[in-house]
Design a protein around this ligand. Structure first.
Ligand SMILES: [Zn+2]
Length: 104
């Protein structure tokens, strides 16, 4: 990966914000946002290296979700084995369920 990416929302350049404006005089344009790699200290870098914000991420997902779902299709549910769950405080009106994974 290079030091930056362009936002992958194909409509990023149509969103009217001051930060997207480039050019001078009569030659102004709205430009796709340039994203610095590993901004936010690498927090959720898989997503935030490719989308400038939540709005662009969800516009992208809304546009391509069928293709994504077909590419990474789920034909049946997955299951994770756990120990028999128990209530931490059965007397409580709102008992918390403790679920411990067997695989840990
Ligand atoms: Zn964007």
């Amino acid at each position: 990966m290079s030091d930056y990416n362009w936002c992958h929302n194909p409509d990023c350049h149509t969103i009217e914000t001051q930060s997207r404006v480039r050019g001078t005089g009569d030659n102004k344009v709205l430009r796709t946002v340039k994203i610095k790699a590993n901004r936010y200290g690498g927090y959720q870098a898989n997503i935030w290296n490719y989308f400038c914000n939540n709005n662009c991420l969800f516009q992208f997902l809304n546009k391509f979700c069928v293709e994504i779902a077909n590419t990474y299709s789920v034909k049946r549910p997955s299951e994770t084995r756990i120990k028999d769950p128990y209530k931490s405080n059965p007397e409580s009106r709102y008992p918390q369920w403790n679920i411990e994974s067997i695989n840990e």
